[in-house]
Design a protein around this ligand. Structure first.
Ligand SMILES: [Zn+2]
Length: 340
């Protein structure tokens, strides 16, 4: 931020009360044409924090794109206090190819931050994004989905040992927060290391716009804006129950021990009890079915969508709940008077 409250980046300036749609050059193609990413900067009239909303660091993870675009272009931000940096499609080459990784040597953009201006192509792109649009921020949300072929409930991933990041994760207001500091090169991990609280929001599956999940994710953005005073008309939400999944708590990807076609018996977000048959792996003749039982009582945070597996492939992501949370979730999932 400059002294007059303008947001400045390499090549431009957005004054208070202004918004700009930018096509920002991050690289060049084999033909020497610019590779440009869409960026919208909205600088509110009133002072406040600078926040980034980013999506599609993995090019086929689409839900977050819609979240970021709706905030930038459909929300009434006339009373915005602070500045919003909206990066709906960070990984444009992967987005064009509709794949997770950068097509150039299949690099993971989300392991390339904060980047470097004289390193690999992935790190150069990451550096262009990071120095111009992440470093100036006070906080940020990075939207992802499950990997192709799987889906997950809306949840946050955050380094809860970092108090400022924990505040952001709680303000976002999901039922489930997975506590982890992430990996080197991840956008949220590098931002937190630079003193910028940031979380990953995971939601649904790749290659889709899933309306219900997008609405749920947008409610989280409103809640964060309320917590940091960016939109005073909003209020911080309490999701009804919350569980923070720490390293010590049991969590596991149940893996297939047989190859076959999977009949999944529960949806993402369901509570399953120890011994429940979560899914059944079937052969082509349906005569040697392999039931897969829940090894402990917990919540199905992620499940398989593409119903084919080799032995060793993940089936579902199960996390243990503490006793109190488990009772609240049981109440929520079996309404009183309901037959079950
Ligand atoms: Zn991702």
């Amino acid at each position: 931020m400059s002294d007059d409250g303008s947001f400045t980046y390499n090549g431009g300036r957005v004054a208070p009360g202004e918004r700009q749609n930018i096509r920002f050059v991050v690289s060049e193609t084999y033909l020497g044409d610019p590779v440009r990413i869409p960026v919208t900067v909205i600088n509110g009239e009133a002072d406040g924090p600078t926040a980034f909303l980013s999506a599609a660091a993995h090019g086929d993870e689409l839900n977050g794109i819609e979240v970021v675009r709706e905030v930038a272009h459909e929300w009434d931000l006339a009373d915005l206090a602070g500045t919003l940096i909206c990066l709906p499609v960070m990984n444009v080459p992967a987005f064009l190819a509709q794949q997770r990784y950068l097509p150039v040597y299949d690099r993971d953009l989300n392991r390339s931050f904060p980047g470097s201006p004289d390193s690999t192509s992935a790190k150069r792109m990451a550096a262009r994004i990071y120095t111009n649009f992440i470093e100036p921020c006070d906080l940020g949300l990075d939207f992802h989905t499950s990997t192709r072929g799987r889906t997950n409930m809306v949840h946050a991933r955050a380094d809860m040992a970092d108090e400022a990041t924990a505040r952001l994760a709680r303000a976002y207001g999901t039922n489930v927060i997975i506590d982890s500091d992430g990996s080197s090169g991840m956008l949220r991990t590098e931002a937190v290391a630079d003193g910028i609280p940031a979380i990953t929001v995971e939601m649904g599956e790749a290659h889709r716009f899933q309306r219900g999940l997008i609405d749920e994710a947008l409610a989280g953005v409103r809640s964060v804006f309320a917590e940091y005073g960016m939109l005073s008309a909003e209020s911080v939400r309490w999701p009804g129950w919350r569980t923070v999944i720490t390293e010590e708590r049991e969590k596991t990807w149940l893996r297939a021990d047989a190859g076959g076609m999977v009949d999944m018996h529960f949806e993402r977000g369901s509570l399953v009890h120890e011994g429940d048959t979560v899914c059944t792996i079937t052969n082509p003749f349906k005569n040697d079915n392999a039931p897969v039982e829940a090894p402990f009582t917990g919540l199905l945070v992620g499940v398989l969508e593409n119903p084919v597996v080799y032995p060793g492939n993940p089936l579902c992501h199960l996390v243990e709940l503490d006793e109190r949370t488990r009772r609240v979730v049981e109440m929520e999932q079996s309404p009183p008077g309901g037959a079950n």
